[in-house]
Write a new protein. Sequence first.
Length: 217
Amino acid sequence: MGQKVNPIGYRVGVTQSAASKWYAGKGEYGALLLQDKQLRDLLNKELESAGLVKAEIERSVNLIKITINVSRPGVVIGRGGTSLEQLKKKIEVQVNKNAKKGEKIRIDLKVEEVKKADASAKLVAEKIAGQLIKRFPHRRAISQAIEKAMAAGARGIKIQLSGRIGGAEISRSEKYFQGSIPTQTLRANIDYYEMPIHTKSGYVGIKVWIHKGTLNA
């Protein structure tokens, strides 16, 4: 089952917390879920150079608290906090675009630093994706990613590529791993991310699992 279920969703409430924390009234769930998706798309676009790892969204009456975890907080904050204020205004415009008449939703934006960027599944996948698009040898890219993740304190890492790897005419799947990846152990803190990329030869899918430790029973 560990290979068929998203490792993040499988562990929500055990080692992982929900990325969205709010209650929706009758008929509101779909609109709020769509708004969360739009907010995350906006943050991924605006914070591409800041190394965005995760965005947590909490809602209360006329207030949305957003905590963004990035590897380079200085890029988000900017000189004197100017970049952070500009980002906050863009989010407010996005959120209030479909707000009820006379209602204004305020944004509380908080930035937290991710100290071990090489042990983040999302950043590892994005780095490999950038290298593959630039036609960097995939085995070397994965070898470097595994080495850096283990040096950053990971207990184990697994990377899977699927598609037209290295420009091959026939699609295939390759797996690389080091250390332990207990995908079916709920107490295991497994970070996971998957993404497709479009190379000159065709599409390649990237999946990354990183084992960060196990909770004591």
